[in-house]
Write a protein that binds this ligand. Structure first.
Ligand SMILES: [Zn+2]
Length: 292
């Protein structure tokens, strides 16, 4: 009798387990398919945009943050041959606001830090392939470092005159890469918020720094950047209200993922970028970044 009852109980529990398991499996697959379809839908209704991040372009010895002019030219030639069109920050901004269109295969070319070789070595190639790029400068590098030691492709930064020449070429837009927060100072990483400061203190510090560079760029060139590149990609959520208040429509990070551009202007805050390491061949790098 006892055995019979426990066998019944055993089979009862077994059936219950099977039911619970089946329900879990059903919910799991329904949830998964909903998730996949919403992700696919997002991709379907958006424009795929890889963004490339370069820094220095000179010489013959590639490094993690240095590509040679030959590599840079091979990259542009690959993009042209594969029907990619480099888009400007203004085109992207117009597209999300519903006032402009994007080409079929857009790509965004960005260069950080404002190296002098962006004028001496990069601009002639942008002109040759009729491509566009955003060069994000650090105020202090231009104000102090470049003025003291200009025009050496290996290490100089862009002077104000150089920046004007880049803008006047029609192939380059200037971005803001902070006036003087491109460093690890104490606990602060780039322009991120320190744990020991209030949001008000941080906002004021960031506002003053970014505004100083905006004002200087405007003073020297008559233009006002709409792109902000986070130094080293360090980004605090508390920076966003300041970024919006200062009129930037695009911010750039260093997260290596593609972007899916919609008609929601918010999608341009925190664009992902692929660092173009000099250790890759053009084919290796390009195949990686055009994978959807
Ligand atoms: Zn940088």
């Amino acid at each position: 009798m006892y055995e019979c009852r426990s066998a019944k109980r055993f089979f009862g529990l077994l059936i219950l387990d099977a039911i619970v398991f089946s329900l879990c499996a059903i919910f799991f697959f329904i949830g998964k398919s909903l998730f996949i379809s919403s992700a696919d839908e997002k991709k379907e209704n958006s424009v795929f945009l890889p963004v490339i991040m370069y820094h220095s372009v000179y010489g013959e010895n590639p490094e993690e943050y240095i590509v040679t002019p030959v590599q840079f030219e091979n990259d542009l030639a690959w993009l042209a041959e594969n029907n990619y069109t480099s888009v400007t920050a203004q085109q992207l901004t117009d597209y999300v606001n519903g006032t402009g269109l994007l080409p079929e295969n857009p790509v965004m070319i960005t260069l950080d830090d404002g190296c002098y070789n962006n004028l001496s070595d990069v601009l002639p190639l942008l002109e040759k392939y009729d491509m566009h790029a955003v060069v994000s400068v650090v105020g202090q590098y231009t104000d102090v470092t470049a003025e003291n030691d200009p025009h050496i492709p290996a290490y100089s930064y862009l002077t104000w005159e150089d920046i004007k020449n880049l803008i006047n070429s029609g192939h380059v837009e200037i971005g803001n890469h902070t006036y003087n927060m491109h460093s690890f100072k104490g606990e602060r990483r780039g322009c991120s918020m320190n744990p020991d400061e209030t949001e008000e203190q941080y906002s004021e510090l960031l506002r003053n720094d970014l505004n100083r560079l905006q004002n200087e760029i405007h003073e020297h060139t008559g233009t006002l950047p709409i792109v902000f590149a986070y130094p080293f990609g360090f980004r605090s959520a508390e920076s966003t209200p300041v970024i919006r208040e200062l009129g930037f429509s695009i911010t750039l990070t260093c997260t290596e993922k593609p972007n899916y551009i919609t008609h929601d202007p918010d999608c341009l805050y925190g664009l992902n970028r692929y660092n173009r390491s000099g250790f890759y061949s053009t084919n290796e790098f390009m195949e990686r970044i055009v994978t959807r």
